[in-house]
Design a protein around this ligand. Structure first.
Ligand SMILES: [Zn+2]
Ligand SMILES: [Zn+2]
Ligand SMILES: [Zn+2]
Length: 250
């Protein structure tokens, strides 16, 4: 299983337009790992390629990573930073299979051509969707709108993506996090905040022994710059994702 972090920025991305903060200034001046487009993941396993979320920069991200075909798109929730680029698939040359929660499907804005080319399918929390040897398990997480995370299972290998989950986790979430070889957390800020997990929350999970390998993404400009954040979490074995980062499992 291979996971590519197509974008790793939170709501506004970094640099945030119109923002002159230190983090955004450094991102503009130095380029590199401090530039973060909005969050999307590409999961490749069992001969399939699954896109998680369609941020506003999705066409740029798929071009950069040389992605020319997709088995399906899975959407986590209705927030603009996660689905704002869905209409880009107006120009996709194949039918596009879009999976989302039943709350989100009726809200999706599709162009007339997409209405013909998109196969919209609801998924159910805790019910698997199979793509050959790749099993995808959507599950609800706590956020201020209906939101889903996903477990990806190929053979013995498990990856889990918590999406925009808050730190209110159920015992089922803990089971998945413990089970996973890699757990990916959206942590816009370093300190605790409502509606989202923070870097401190993930450090707590690692200290409790609940996570084998933690990766942070969906980073906000109010968080530390990449180099500083990396140093702060390295002692806990936590990895900070950057745009284009790839992780191989198995
Ligand atoms: Zn978000
Ligand atoms: Zn800023
Ligand atoms: Zn959100």
């Amino acid at each position: 299983m291979k996971i590519t972090f197509l974008g790793t920025g939170a709501a506004e991305g970094i640099p945030k337009f119109g923002c002159e903060c230190e983090h955004c200034r450094i991102a503009r001046e130095k380029d590199g790992k401090n530039v973060r487009q909005r969050t999307a993941l590409l999961v490749e396993a069992a001969g399939h390629r699954i896109l998680i979320d369609t941020p506003p920069e999705i066409s740029i991200q798929l071009n950069k990573s040389n992605v020319f075909n997709l088995s399906a798109v899975f959407l986590t929730h209705e927030h603009f930073d996660h689905i704002g680029g869905l209409v880009e698939f107006e120009y996709w040359r194949y039918p596009i299979h879009i999976f989302a929660g039943i709350e989100l499907l009726p809200k999706l804005r599709l162009t007339p051509r997409m209405q013909k080319n998109a196969l919209l399918s609801p998924f159910l929390s805790n019910s698997s969707v199979y793509f050959g040897g790749l099993q995808i398990i959507p599950f609800r997480v706590m956020h201020h709108v209906p939101c889903y995370g996903f477990a990806f299972v190929e053979g013995e290998k498990w990856a889990i993506y918590l999406s925009d989950s808050s730190f209110q986790l159920s015992s089922f979430h803990f089971h998945l996090i413990r089970q996973a070889d890699i757990a990916i957390f959206n942590t816009p800020t370093f300190d605790e905040r409502d509606n989202h997990m923070s870097v401190r929350d993930v450090i707590k999970l690692v200290r409790d022994g609940s996570v084998k390998r933690a990766v942070l993404t969906h980073i906000n400009h109010r968080n530390y710059i990449h180099e500083v954040l990396e140093k702060k979490v390295a002692p806990y074995g936590i990895v900070v994702a950057y745009d284009g980062m790839e992780i191989e499992l198995g």
